[in-house]
Design a protein around this ligand. Structure first.
Ligand SMILES: Cc1ncc(C[n+]2csc(CCOP(=O)(O)OP(=O)(O)O)c2C)c(N)n1
Ligand SMILES: [Mg+2]
Length: 842
């Protein structure tokens, strides 16, 4: 057993265990003080330039003070990774401060620009945050998928030598358990034979608004057990246990067990006299109980009745150290929200802040002299040297920084470029292929050709592996499972195109239908280089409309700077008869707006191939050292230099990020061309002239994605009247847009801000592209998605815009009918061109 030194008796130093326990208790007091003071300072002492509330969660931090002290200063090991309950961030920062990993300056600037963050942040905080939390529930689930990622790497033998297996620990608010994504993760974890996960539930029976319903926890207990978890309930502290052992103690225990959550909370708030009145009324006649009451004055009675397990250091240590195997374990730790603070137990305490008088009293009780509020050792009952020695020997901090990196994997020069098979049908003629088909072929080619890149790719999909064309990849690379499992259908000689054998060598993680799980898993896999020192290149597929189902998890994966490729396919109304309900409209806008995600919507497979080759490299750029979030002055994904293609450095490209590809099942005739390096660069920068305009052209059609066919047809027709009209292919509205904003900012700031090193005359890629057009030219933009994706192009050089796109969804139909209905067919484009020309004349 990984026994706590605080619990172990040592023959040579009989008091060693007691001394450690004493240190931990003092540090617990300090963690409570520092977290409370940090919030107080931010709200009451620091000058503010605006009238906005600063906030911070004193009660929520107090609730976890004992458990976090026990974990960080005694139980955890460097290889363990923790998702901290978001509103316990001040307690987390206080602990890191005591461990020398957080600066006083940043604590003083808690919730201020560049200071310690409101919620633990991997990218914005400096103090070794493992998982960003804030959106409750997501951090909890992240531990499940981080454990799965750890198993994946360890079974392949890729974790650097000397890095032991860690536990993935979530500190969970009890009301967090209302979030459904936690149960999606619980199910998925069970399917994958989850190990090495601890969920420590801070069972204070309070949420933000209310006290949580009674009886709920019996259910939780059973549910976790059903999923193969061990449940450890940490209900009573040592004082209460001692009282229970006395005559009349059984009645006290029963009374507590029966006490409604609301009443318990109210009595905690009211204090000793109220406890006495209630207990006398309810169980005062129980034999022996009067003596228990008599032995406690009001203050002592309040201490006794709040001695719940989650606040009793010895009890907590015993519970944690008793678990020595890798079975997933849920600790239900009874706590009191705000314990030790004046609003302990009050139902409205979530956002409650101590007022200056209360704080002064709290300071006096903690024996902290004025001016010594940030002193790590002031007011503690042990010599500073003892505490320093203790802190220096904390196992969790023994290895220093816990962020790793891994060498990038080179993208081969002969990256697959599938050529389309000749169409045998009458229409469309020539070589036709859809981007989804092309994606499947590229993945299958990578699987076949092997090499280092293919080895590090891991794919995943929430039950749409085959329908998003990952089947070819999976057939060659197999499905990952901790244990080899036969493909029964194959063994039974049932003919199928799919080979679904499972083994630790497999490279596809099959998920159930839960898009949150997909994005959380992509987040975990995409952080492996940093968490476990081994690089993976995760590729996830889903139907494009369901990006929205997992959007918050996608947002958090990006926020944590995870590196992955997500493929949304099919997309738009172009999936045609497959179903109106599956049409995605707003995903191109998500692609533009989502921080940390470079988004593409290619029309042709050669473009897709160039984009994927670039993306596998982009996903690996920057590494931890260049993590732009490490510097509070620079935002991940922000632009440091000017636009791509203009010769200056674009931080977004230097730092790298995740990638989103919006693809389609619609076969398109492929252009007969060999994509030159220069053209590939333009594709990656975001756009190129498929049909260049004549200098000073009055009109250009601009398209993105599968409506290329309609745009081409309309363009062909318009040439009769306007021979100079251009046809602009936009492969990434996101990157064109970001480059434009960067260049604009550089010009406004003369190279400052996010514009970084750019000079005033730097042009963005999109400005270069639009330069040949006449100043008063008109643009007709078209996309199978929201028209705002491209309509901004008019603002770049002041061109007028007719923006075509899709604003309503839900109607199934053939493409011709749907394109006509939504005005994105060739005729609608021609009409828009006519309208555009008319408006020029006027
Ligand atoms: C997804 C999401 N919804 C809402 C919130 C706002 N919120 C923050 S804390 C909280 C209540 C949390 O209660 P609990 O988990 O029991 O933590 P406690 O404060 O009691 O420790 C809520 C609703 C949030 N952070 N995330
Ligand atoms: Mg709670």
């Amino acid at each position: 057993m990984n026994e706590s030194p605080a619990l172990r008796s040592d023959a040579s130093r009989p008091n060693a265990a007691a001394e450690r326990l004493a240190c931990l208790r003092e540090l617990e007091r300090k963690v409570l003080w520092l977290s409370t003071w940090t919030i107080h300072n931010a709200n009451h002492l620091r000058p503010h330039s605006d009238g906005l509330k600063v906030g911070g969660h004193q009660a929520s931090s107090a609730s976890l003070a004992t458990l976090m002290t026990a974990l960080y200063f005694d139980v955890l090991r460097p290889q363990d990774r923790v998702a901290v309950k978001p509103h316990a961030s001040p307690a987390f920062h206080a602990i890191q401060y005591l461990l020398g990993q957080q600066s006083r300056d940043r604590l003083q600037r808690f919730r201020a620009y560049g200071g310690a963050q409101s919620y633990p942040s991997r990218t914005k905080d400096r103090d070794d945050v493992d998982f960003s939390t804030g959106s409750v529930g997501l951090g909890v689930a992240m531990t499940t998928f981080a454990s799965l990622a750890q198993d994946y790497l360890r079974l392949k033998g890729w974790v650097p030598e000397g890095l032991p297996e860690g536990r993935m620990v979530a500190l969970v608010g009890d009301a967090e358990l209302d979030e459904g994504n936690i149960y999606e993760a619980l199910f998925e974890g069970w399917k994958h034979d989850l190990r090495n996960v601890w969920w420590v539930i801070d069972y204070n029976r309070q949420s933000l608004d209310a006290v949580v319903p009674d009886r709920l926890f019996g259910r939780f207990d059973q549910m976790f057990t059903n999923f193969g978890w061990r449940v450890v309930t940490i209900k009573y502290g040592k004082r209460l246990e001692a009282a229970f052992a006395r005559p009349g103690g059984a009645a006290l225990r029963q009374w507590i067990d029966d006490c409604p959550n609301s009443l318990y909370s109210a009595l905690v708030f009211k204090g000793g006299a109220a406890w006495r009145r209630q207990l006398e009324a309810d169980i005062g006649t129980e034999p022996g109980f009067t003596a228990i009451l008599a032995d406690h004055d009001d203050a002592a009675l309040a201490v006794l009745m709040t001695n719940l397990g989650g606040h009793d250091m010895e009890t907590v240590l015993e519970a944690f150290h008793a678990v020595e195997d890798d079975q997933p374990t849920c600790f239900i730790a009874y706590t009191i929200k705000g314990l030790g603070l004046p609003f302990a137990g009050h139902k409205d305490n979530h956002a409650g802040l101590m007022n200056p008088d209360q704080m002064a009293e709290f300071q006096r009780r903690n024996r902290i002299p004025q001016g010594a509020e940030w002193d790590p050792f002031a007011g503690l009952g042990l010599p500073e040297a003892t505490l320093r020695d203790f802190l220096d020997a904390v196992p969790f901090a023994a290895r220093g920084a816990r962020r790793y990196d891994a060498a990038p994997v080179a993208v081969p020069a002969d990256f697959p470029r599938p050529s389309a098979p000749k169409s045998d049908g009458p229409k469309p003629t020539g070589r036709v292929m859809s981007t989804q088909d092309g994606f499947g072929r590229i993945m299958a080619d990578l699987a076949r050709d092997g090499g280092a890149l293919a080895e590090r790719i891991v794919t995943t999909s929430p039950d749409v592996t085959v329908s998003t064309n990952l089947g070819g990849w999976v057939n060659r690379r197999g499905i990952f499972d901790r244990h080899p499992r036969a493909d029964v259908f194959r063994d039974q000689k049932v003919v199928s195109a799919q080979r679904w054998g499972m083994s630790p060598a497999g490279q596809h993680i099959e998920l159930g239908i839960a898009e949150n799980n997909l994005f959380i898993l992509l987040g975990a896999l995409g952080l492996c280089h940093s968490l476990f020192g081994a690089r993976l290149l995760p590729v996830g597929t889903l139907y494009d409309p369901f990006v929205q189902r997992g959007l918050d998890a996608l947002n958090y994966a990006c926020y944590q700077d995870a590196r992955f490729m997500v493929v949304g396919t099919p997309s738009g109304i172009t999936l045609g008869p497959e179903g109106g309900a599956h049409q995605s409209i707003s995903t191109p806008l998500i692609g533009i707006a989502q921080d940390g995600l470079a988004s593409f919507e290619p029309a042709f497979v050669d473009e897709l191939s160039a984009i994927m080759a670039w993306a596998f490299d982009y996903m690996q750029r920057g590494g931890q050292g260049a993590d732009p979030g490490a510097d509070p002055g620079v935002v991940p994904g922000a632009v440091q230099g000017a636009a791509a293609g203009s010769g200056t450095v674009w931080l977004r490209d230097a730092a790298g990020g995740a990638v989103y590809l919006r693809l389609s099942t619609r076969p398109l005739a492929q252009p007969p061309r060999a994509l030159s390096t220069a053209l590939a660069e333009e594709v990656i920068a975001g756009g190129y002239w498929l049909r260049p305009p004549a200098p000073g052209a009055e009109l250009a059609i601009v398209y993105s994605g599968v409506v290329a066919a309609e745009a081409l047809a309309a363009h062909q027709e318009i040439l009769d009247d306007l021979p100079g009209a251009g046809l602009l292919a936009v492969t990434s509205a996101d990157r064109l847009n970001a480059g434009w904003h960067a260049a604009e900012q550089a010009r406004r700031g003369g190279g400052g801000g996010d514009g970084g090193a750019a000079s005033r005359d730097t042009l963005a890629a999109v400005e270069h592209l639009l330069r040949p057009l006449a100043p008063d030219a008109a643009l007709v933009t078209v996309i199978d998605g929201h028209p705002a994706t491209l309509s901004w192009l008019g603002a770049v050089r002041g061109h007028t815009v007719q923006a075509l796109g899709v604003e309503h969804f839900g109607q199934s139909g053939d493409l011709a009918d749907l394109y006509r209905h939504h005005h994105i067919d060739a005729e609608a484009i021609l009409d828009a061109c006519a309208a555009a020309c008319l408006s020029r004349v006027r």
